[in-house]
Design a protein around this ligand. Structure first.
Ligand SMILES: Cc1ncc(C[n+]2csc(CCOP(=O)(O)OP(=O)(O)O)c2C)c(N)n1
Ligand SMILES: [Mg+2]
Length: 618
């Protein structure tokens, strides 16, 4: 059975569309990350060994992070190609559950192949079997059920004939796309069955592009035709549908400004005159200002999560039109739904929008706002030496500008990657991406520990680009061992560690909600008899085979980045940073404040909280 699985995977081909619109037929599965144990080494492991020349196997250091790498690979390829991830049973499998949730939230495909306990149950309980007293058919793999879009336990070998095609179908369905899990009892992996020849020669895969329903299209056109001050919120769906050319044409034809969610950033080049940049809690003030005034918000391919909508208080005045391939998203917030592929839907709208444009004054103002925002971003990201440590904005500027020294355009060349902490807000506002996918932010699950492994996945997907991981000290500490994998695989990444000695963003949130600073910064966490933490990140990175340097300021950082870009192996640059952040922009975000507290600060925060809630669209 495992042999049939691997042969099918190795034979799968996908019609892949490239950035320039060219298409080519590529292997669908970019390889298999696996950590072996008794649950997969003899069955799947033997099958992988036999197919090594057709399907690469990669060993990693942790099941969660190797899955992050696989997820990042798929995201960087706009979901058109995947990787498979195989684990043993028990801890190997459950280590992967968090990553499954990352893929689930972000609607990203990954084929999860955890080992499972014996289907025959003959040797039960095996090492690492959890044993449920009340449910005979439960195993550790059941943890995947709520965080996968397709789950199957293959208790007979011929199940692979239906289960694998269904898993592939799920991952190549634009609406349902997400992680698929085939849990593989170790005895079943090793069983023989009569496999039809055609299972080993599957046809070429394509993403389908569903068009809009006629009535929904007519409603959407009517709504837009009545709009004077429309605003497009571009989400990740624009990228996954590869709808950037259609979006740009739509925007320019109708004079509609665009704001970008984390998932949608890089839908338009940063310097497009109608790109206002980041919206929401991490948004630039110029974008949020126009969101507050728009009469129609046209959401394209976005989940409308709270960071995008300011917990539903940023644009409650606007009518909402939602173009999304997934009805669940299109129907959010009681908006007018337009269920379709983003690219196809934008094209279909044109059939009824001839002659319609936003008010000229609105479009002109958007252009002025976009220009003002970009000038301010230059200011914020240009380091002015002073008597204090630099902060994230200056680091971002130095990383970007180090490309210029080598005659490169950072916006074109670099993929910036991050997931959690202070940096997502800074990067959302300040990073400049000229090409789709050059901003790679996992801000669906915002999973600390995605960063280093994600950088590896991006490099494997986009070998000609620089994969630059910007990461806080906290996230680096949570998961960094795939740094050694990147060295071993010769997949160079550049990791910039911003060390502010703790969970800076959470401490900010803590004090903003009235609590005392507590249990976040390392220096606040040393009990009596404990020891002040001092982590030498550069030494740590060197111990894993990376080249690493601890720079003392932004000028040194820039010089180190120039060298890092020229280097061939993985580079880690560590810089001490302060807790300041960009105060421009942003908007309210709902975080629940205690109704009762002995602290005046909490009571005041609660008062502000209830005031702010009044602006929410319910
Ligand atoms: C796995 C996981 N655990 C907890 C959190 C909550 N969280 C978000 S950011 C953060 C601190 C990040 O610290 P660091 O990476 O140093 O970034 P900083 O805010 O200091 O810049 C925490 C604990 C999370 N996002 N992911
Ligand atoms: Mg930190």
């Amino acid at each position: 059975m495992a042999q049939a699985l691997v042969k099918h995977l190795a034979a799968l081909r996908m019609e892949v569309e490239h950035l320039d619109g060219r298409t080519s037929i590529e292997p669908y599965c970019g390889g298999v990350f696996t950590i072996f144990g008794h649950g997969n080494v003899a069955g799947l492991g033997e099958a992988l060994a036999a197919e090594r020349d057709h399907l690469r196997t990669y060993r990693a250091h942790n099941e969660q992070t190797m899955t992050h790498a696989a997820i990042a690979f798929a995201k960087a390829q706009f979901r058109q190609r995947i990787m498979a991830v195989s684990t043993s049973i028990g801890p190997g499998a459950t280590n992967m559950v968090t990553a499954a949730a990352v893929a689930h939230v972000n609607r990203l495909p990954v084929l999860l192949l955890p080992g499972d306990v014996f289907a025959t149950r003959r040797p039960d309980p095996v090492l690492q079997q959890i044993e449920s007293f009340g449910q005979g058919d439960v195993s550790a793999s059941d943890c995947f059920r709520p965080v996968t879009r397709y789950f199957d336990r293959l208790t007979r070998p011929e199940h692979i004939l239906t289960a694998l095609p269904r898993a592939i179908q799920t991952m190549t369905d634009p609406a349902n796309c997400g992680p698929a899990c085939l849990s593989l009892p170790q005895d079943v992996q090793a069983m023989a069955f009569d496999c039809p020849e055609d299972f080993l020669n599957p046809g070429v895969l394509r993403f389908r592009r569903p068009p809009a329903d006629e009535r929904e299209l007519a409603n959407a056109i009517a709504l837009l035709r009545g709009a004077k001050c429309p605003l497009i919120v571009a989400g990740g769906g624009v990228l996954y549908s590869q709808a950037w050319v259609a979006l740009r044409a739509f925007v320019e034809t109708h004079g509609v400004p665009v704001v970008e969610s984390h998932g949608g950033k890089s839908s338009l080049p940063w310097d497009h005159p109608l790109n206002l940049g980041a919206i929401g809690v991490d948004g630039v003030s110029w974008a949020n200002e126009m969101a507050r005034e728009a009469d129609v918000v046209f959401a394209v391919g976005t989940r409308l999560q709270d960071f995008t909508t300011g917990s539903h208080a940023l644009f409650p005045q606007a009518q909402l039109l939602s173009l999304n391939v997934q009805p669940y998203d299109a129907g959010k917030w009681s908006g007018t739904a337009l269920v379709a592929d983003a690219r196809v839907g934008l094209g279909q709208l044109e059939t009824g929008l001839a002659g319609w444009a936003a008010d000229a004054a609105w479009t002109d103002r958007a252009k002025q706002q976009a220009a003002a925002a970009n000038a301010r971003i230059t200011e914020l990201t240009t380091n002015v030496p002073k008597d204090m440590l630099p902060y994230d904005a200056e680091v971002i500027g130095a990383v970007r500008d180090s490309a210029t020294e080598l005659g490169l355009d950072s916006g074109q060349h670099d993929v910036a990657l991050c997931a959690a902490g202070t940096l997502p807000a800074e990067l959302h506002k300040l990073w400049r991406a000229s090409l789709p996918g050059n901003y790679h932010m996992e801000y669906g699950y915002s999973c600390m520990g995605y960063e280093v492994a994600g950088g590896l996945g991006v490099k494997m997907a986009r070998p000609d680009q620089e994969s630059i991981v910007l990461v806080g000290d906290g996230s680096y500490m949570m998961a960094n061992s795939e740094l050694a994998t990147s060295v071993m695989l010769g997949q160079k990444i550049i990791v910039v560690v911003l060390d502010n000695r703790g969970y800076g963003c959470i401490q900010r949130l803590q004090t903003a909600t009235g609590s005392p600073a507590f249990n976040n910064l390392l220096d606040d966490c040393v009990p009596e008899g404990g020891e002040r933490s001092s982590i030498d990140f550069a030494m740590h990175a060197r111990s894993m085979g990376a080249d690493a340097v601890h720079v003392k300021d932004v000028a040194e950082l820039k010089a180190a980045m120039v060298k890092a870009r020229q280097a061939r192996r993985t580079q880690v640059i560590v810089i001490d940073t302060t807790h300041t952040r960009t105060t421009d922009g942003g908007c309210w975000w709902e975080v629940a404040i205690p109704e009762v507290s002995g602290r005046a600060g909490v009571r005041e925060a609660h008062e502000r909280y209830t005031q702010a809630q009044r602006l929410q669209r319910l």
